[in-house]
Design a protein around this ligand. Structure first.
Ligand SMILES: Cc1ncc(COP(=O)(O)O)c(C=O)c1O
Ligand SMILES: [Zn+2]
Length: 393
C-alpha cells in the first residue's frame, strides 16, 4: 500500500492506480473500523449487511436507491444465507475449551470463496445498471483450479457473464469437467519456454486481464473488490456470539484478512500456515521490530515466494501471501500471530474434524491444526472458533 486512496464512487477500482505490470506490489483496502450500520433483518448476509459493503456504497453514490440495491443483492447473491455456526461438543471436550465451528461447506460453490467473488459481481452489475461502467461488458478471468474457480463459474453462470478459467496443466480432470459444465471456458496452462518464474496459469490470466478481461480474483492485489464481500463471514460470527479468538488457515490471505476485519479488533485472530508453506510467518518474523507503519514500503523485501510449497492442505499452497498487508493488519489489531503447524498435525486436524460430521477438505480444516499445537492451544475458559471453509470433493 502506497497510501493512494480511491473514492468509493469510482467504477472498476480493481487495482491501485500506481500498480503496474513491473510493480504489482499494491493493494486497495476497503474502509474498515468505525461505526457500522446495524445488521438488517434478512436471512441473506449480502442484504442484511448490505449497507456496510463497498459495492453498495458505490451504487448509492452513483444514484441507486437502497431498494434497488436490495433487489440486486437478492438477485445476484441469491442462495447466500448466514452459514451454520455453533459450539461443537466433541472438539470442546478434546481441546478442553469452548470450541465453535463455522461451516462453509454448504455455501454457494461449496466454500467461502463465493463471498469474495459475489461482491465483485455486484459492483460490476451495479455499474452496468447505472451506466457508469467504463466500457462494454468484458469476460471475467480467474486463475484457479479449486474452490475459487468453482465458485466463480457458479456465480458467472447465474448472471450469464462469460468466464475464462486458467488452470495449471496438472489440474484435476474432474474439476475441469465441473467448470466446463458450468459454462466456463477452461484453458490449461503448461509452462512456456520464456515464462518468468511463477504459476503459468496466473501469467496467462494476467495476460487476459491486460487484454481487457475483468480480474475475477480472490486476491486483493489482482482485484481489491474481493476484499469487500469476504467480510460477511466475520460479521456473521461476531453477531452470533462473543468470541475470544478465531484461528484460520492462510493461503493467499484474503480469507483471514476479511474474517479479521469482520470480527473487529476485540477478537484476536491467529493465522495458520503449514510447515511446507509459511511465507506469512516468515515475513512476520522478518518484520519483528520494524515500525508497523513502514511494513508496506518493504513489500519486496518482506514478502518473498516460498520455494517448494507442499502440504495435504493444497488450497493454501500460495507461494506468496498476496494479502499479507491485510493479514498483518488484523493480526496486529487483535493481538494475534501466525502459527506454523507440522504436516502430521494438519492430518490429525482433518481426522478430528471428521468427528463433527462436517465433510470438509484438508484445506478447510487446516485452521483447527492451529489449536492442536502448543503455540495455539486454547486456555480452558477460552471461546475460540475455527472455520471449516471448504467441502471435501
Ligand atoms: C477451503 C479453503 N479455505 C481457505 C482458503 C484460503 O484462503 P486464502 O487464499 O484467501 O488465504 C482456501 C483458498 O483456496 C480454500 O479453498
Ligand atoms: Zn498503491
Amino acid at each position: 500500500m502506497c497510501a493512494t486512496t480511491v473514492d468509493v464512487a469510482v467504477p472498476w477500482p480493481f487495482t491501485c492506480p500506481r500498480s503496474t505490470a513491473d510493480d504489482r506490489r499494491h493493494v486497495l483496502h476497503p474502509l474498515t473500523g468505525g461505526d457500522q450500520p446495524a445488521r438488517g433483518d434478512d436471512p441473506n448476509p449480502f442484504v442484511a449487511y448490505g449497507q456496510r459493503l463497498a459495492w453498495w456504497a458505490f451504487a448509492r453514490a452513483n444514484g441507486m436507491t437502497d431498494a434497488a440495491c436490495t433487489a440486486l443483492a437478492h438477485d445476484v447473491a441469491g442462495g447466500f444465507a448466514v452459514t451454520p455456526f455453533a459450539p461443537d461438543a466433541t472438539l470442546s471436550a478434546e481441546l478442553g475449551a469452548d470450541v465453535w465451528v463455522k461451516d462453509e461447506t454448504g455455501n454457494v460453490g461449496g466454500s467461502h470463496k463465493g463471498r469474495h467473488l459475489v461482491g465483485i459481481l455486484l459492483h460490476l452489475l451495479a455499474a452496468e445498471a447505472l451506466r457508469v461502467a467504463p466500457g462494454p461488458r468484458r469476460p471475467l478471468a480467474i486463475a484457479s483450479c479449486g474452490n475459487a474457480a468453482i465458485a466463480a463459474a457458479t456465480l458467472a453462470a447465474r448472471v450469464d457473464w462469460p468466464l475464462e478459467v486458467y488452470v495449471p496443466d496438472w489440474a484435476d480432470a474432474g474439476v475441469r469437467t465441473v467448470l466446463t459444465s458450468l459454462g466456463a471456458s477452461v484453458t490449461a496452462c503448461p509452462r512456456l519456454p520464456n515464462d518468468p518464474p511463477g504459476d503459468p496459469a496466473v501469467l496467462r490470466c494476467r495476460e487476459a486481464v491486460d487484454a481487457g478481461a475483468v480480474p475475477f480474483s480472490v486476491q486483493g492485489p489482482e482485484n481489491a473488490l474481493c476484499l469487500d464481500g469476504g467480510r460477511t463471514i466475520g460479521w456473521e460470527m461476531a453477531d452470533a456470539t462473543e468470541l475470544d479468538r478465531v484461528v484460520v488457515q492462510v493461503g493467499g490471505g484474503a480469507f483471514a484478512t476479511c474474517t479479521g476485519w469482520g470480527l473487529g479488533s476485540r477478537v484476536r485472530l491467529d493465522a495458520v500456515q503449514t510447515e511446507g508453506c509459511a511465507p506469512l510467518a516468515r515475513a512476520w518474523a522478518a518484520a519483528a521490530g520494524l515500525d508497523p507503519r513502514t511494513t508496506a514500503t518493504r513489500w519486496a523485501e518482506l514478502m518473498t515466494p516460498w520455494a517448494d510449497p507442499h502440504s495435504v492442505a493444497d488450497g493454501i499452497l500460495d507461494d506468496e501471501t498476496y494479502d499479507w498487508l491485510g493479514v498483518f493488519d488484523v493480526l496486529r489489531d487483535g493481538g494475534g500471530r501466525p502459527i506454523v503447524v507440522p504436516e502430521d498435525v494438519v492430518v490429525r486436524a482433518g481426522e478430528l474434524a471428521a468427528s463433527t460430521g462436517i465433510r470438509a477438505s484438508a484445506t478447510g480444516t487446516a485452521g483447527l491444526a492451529g489449536l492442536l499445537v502448543p503455540d495455539g492451544a486454547p486456555r480452558p475458559v477460552e471461546r475460540v472458533a475455527v472455520v471449516f471453509s471448504g467441502v471435501a470433493r
